[in-house]
Design a protein around this ligand. Structure first.
Ligand SMILES: [Zn+2]
Length: 69
């Protein structure tokens, strides 16, 4: 799987969140990645390496629109 991380990606993690949801939306990318649980809305921040280790699959990827980002 490619190592790219895009804002708006919906990803699945290896471990299920305590709320029972295992899908997250990428809110912010960079040195630190911020993701939001699609089940309870909790925000979690982690570094890129940790994120890539926890990510199991990309569920949906936002299509790039325009030149920004
Ligand atoms: Zn949750």
């Amino acid at each position: 799987m490619a190592d790219d991380i895009l804002t708006g990606d919906v990803i699945r993690t290896r471990k299920t969140h305590p709320c029972g949801c295992d899908e997250w939306t990428v809110i912010r990318t960079g040195a630190d990645i911020r993701i939001r649980c699609n089940g309870c809305g909790r925000l979690v921040m982690m570094d890129r390496d940790t994120f890539l280790k926890r990510r199991k699959a990309i569920v949906t990827r936002r299509m790039p629109s325009g030149l920004s980002e």
